[in-house]
Ligand binder design. Structure first.
Ligand code: AMP
Ligand code: MG
Length: 350
């Protein structure tokens, strides 16, 4: 299959809207379309068609017990997808939708188990991106969309990333440029007694606490998943977001961190080793491939650049990558969560 790529601007001109129509038609007929959201690019198919969901798993090479997030374009579209809608879902939607928050709810009969990875719950999100919203609206069906990368690789934040991973396996890529946030949505489970965060994201625990009072954090978020700890979000089990090279996080007092990284990188051939650093420390390294992710004080930029930087390391064929640790505050929680998973929990404290 030849993948068609269409550039679409945020204000969607009349001519560009023809591409949305073509893509919506593909979705309705059971095909796959990658599209931008404010978090990362999604790989979309008709959420109500089990065959579309199977195609998504196939294209991504994703284990089929790892459920998909269902995207809607208007709050009212949620009613058909769920068996019951707790009041807090409305409250959260009012505050954070459209936006980077995914809610887990009890699924209705029309949502196929192929879409939910066999679960009786469904993940729903109303994204904040004009191209995504136009596509869902025009398709007239909810769109199941996991991140549009090959399973296990860093999520795509540009159409080029999607093309590298999925070209030839999907019908259309809608190219809306570089995404705004750059890491996946926060996932909150509303099916238990107390709302529980299953995956940290741009909407952080403080923001949720301030609305809901009390939110718990699924212990599996912070653990290496092995033995008897099973995460409620099945996706958290898999090696994720990872570059080809071996990533190691070095954490601690920042000058000790840079000293340690400088010591470690010299153990390797200069062509095979890389450092992901910050504006503040850029000049402290002069060996191997050194990439700056942004300023330490600017978490928005760090989140935005993270996956692209990991992919850059792969392009340079770097086998050993070292990254400085970041603070866990605010958005830092989601950033560190992704980096720790990408590193397979390889953390060196100095
Ligand atoms: P992705 O779209 O690639 O960000 O992956 C979506 C993630 O959402 C999955 O890996 C799951 O961890 C999570 N998820 C989706 N549906 C459910 C559900 N019904 N219950 C718990 N987690 C879910
Ligand atoms: Mg993903």
């Amino acid at each position: 299959m030849k993948t068609r790529i269409y550039k679409i601007s945020e204000d969607i001109s009349e001519g560009e809207y023809d591409y949305i129509k073509e893509a919506a038609d593909v979705i309705r007929k059971g095909g796959l379309v990658a599209f931008p959201t404010e978090t990362v690019y999604g790989l979309g198919g008709n959420a109500l068609n089990p065959e579309s969901s199977k195609l998504i798993y196939g294209a991504k090479g994703r284990p089929s017990d790892n459920p998909l997030i269902v995207h809607i374009s208007d709050f009212n579209e949620i009613y058909q997808l769920v068996r019951e809608l707790p009041d807090i879902a409305g409250i959260l939607a009012e505050k954070f939708w459209p936006g980077p928050l995914t809610m887990i709810l009890k699924k209705s009969g029309i949502v196929p188990y192929e879409t939910t990875g066999g679960l009786d719950t469904v993940a729903v999100r109303l994204p904040d991106n004009p191209v995504a919203l136009a596509l869902i609206k025009e398709a007239g069906v909810p769109i199941a969309a996991p991140s549009a990368n090959r399973s296990g690789k860093p999520s795509p934040t540009t159409a080029q990333h999607v093309y590298e991973d999925l070209s030839g396996n999907i019908d259309i890529i809608l190219d809306g440029g570089s995404v705004q946030i750059g890491i996946e949505s926060t996932i909150i489970d509303l099916t238990g007694n107390v709302p529980a965060i299953l995956r940290p994201g741009y909407i952080n625990q403080n923001m949720l606490d301030s609305i809901l009072g009390d939110v718990v954090r699924d212990p599996a978020i912070d653990n290496k998943v092995e033995g008897d700890i099973k995460p409620k979000a099945p996706g958290m089990m898999y090696r994720h977001y990872a570059p080809e090279g071996e990533l190691t996080i070095v954490e601690g007092d920042i000058s000790a961190v840079t000293d340690k990284i400088n010591e470690l990188i010299r153990l390797y051939d200069e062509n095979t080793v890389g450092v992901i650093t910050t504006t503040e420390n850029r000049r402290r390294y002069n060996y191997g491939t050194v990439v700056c992710i942004g300023s330490r004080n600017d978490e928005i930029t760090i989140a935005h650049n993270l996956y692209a930087v990991l992919r850059d390391m792969d392009k340079c064929k770097i086998k050993h990558i070292f990254i400085e640790g970041f603070s866990n505050e605010g958005l830092g929680d989601a950033i560190m969560n992704r980096i720790i998973k990408a590193a397979g929990h390889r953390i060196l404290k100095v």
